[in-house]
Design a protein around this ligand. Structure first.
Ligand code: HEC
Ligand code: HEC
Length: 195
């Protein structure tokens, strides 16, 4: 290779490197999003796309009286522990349970928390929470806030059919099956969400 040709190749390689670096950092959205597969020893392993739906009967029965039973994979284990240990003052309500029931539910939630299940939403939520913090709400996590930042108050707080972001099921009609896909969202009174 002559000198001129060599310089050309080096210049091209430089451009490709810069382009890759730019792509890697572009798009705010990529911040909490992660590859749909985790890199393992044997390459990329598939990771399920939805969140594991609620499977525990006691949890479903006791924790869906006032709102939808949130999938355990949407909060870290330490959050569930904190929530389950403060049920007498639960967002202004008293949601206390007897010891046995409380322990059954807490064990289920801990075992299926975001730290323990492999799906992209759980991983993104976990990565968006500061290690020193223990959020009591899914709606408070960096990932949740980021994903819902473009939705105006008139569709949520001022919408009598929704009222609060905590009311996942109002907009994500397949949430009980663990599906939160943005393409399946319908906001009551407003219809499909178009980005
Ligand atoms: C007596 C009614 C009641 C019961 C029973 C109840 N909750 Fe709640 N929960 C609430 C209220 C009220 C809120 C706040 C909702 C809002 O801000 O719109 C809430 C919010 C939550 C949130 C935060 C949602 C968010 O904004 O991300 C979690 C998590 C939660 N509850 C878990 C549980 C668990 C686990 C149980 C069962 C042990 C339970 N709840 C039982 C009333 C209840
Ligand atoms: C007012 C309607 C509304 C409510 C209530 C709501 N969401 Fe969403 N959610 C949306 C919309 C719209 C999007 C898509 C946003 C976008 O892509 O710009 C979304 C996106 C998401 C995503 C990302 C989906 C993807 O494919 O990347 C997750 C996860 C999610 N929501 C979970 C929840 C959970 C959990 C709750 C309840 C604690 C909730 N949402 C409450 C409207 C809502």
């Amino acid at each position: 290779m002559n000198r001129k040709k060599f310089m050309g190749v080096m210049l091209l390689a430089g451009c490709v490197t810069v382009a890759m670096a730019t792509l890697g950092w572009s798009g705010e959205d990529e911040r909490w999003e992660h590859e749909r597969g985790e890199r393992g020893e044997h390459g990329v392993l598939p990771v399920t796309s939805g969140v594991e739906p609620v499977m525990n009967k006691t949890y479903k029965a006791e924790c869906s009286a006032c709102h939808f039973a949130y999938p355990a994979g949407l909060l870290p284990e330490r959050s569930w522990v904190k929530i389950m240990n403060n049920l007498d003052d639960h967002f202004g309500d008293n949601a206390s349970l007897n010891k046995e029931t409380r322990e059954t539910i807490e064990n289920y939630l801990r075992g299926h928390a975001a730290d323990h299940i492999p799906n992209r939403f759980s991983r993104s939520i976990l990565r968006s929470v500061d290690e020193n913090q223990t959020p009591m709400r899914i709606t408070e996590t960096g990932y949740f806030v980021h994903k819902h930042r473009e939705i105006p108050a008139r569709m949520v707080a001022d919408n009598p059919q929704v009222k609060s972001f905590s009311n996942c099921l109002a907009c994500h009609s397949s949430a009980t099956h663990g599906s939160f896909d943005e393409h399946g969202v319908r906001i009551p009174g407003f219809g499909r969400w178009e980005d």
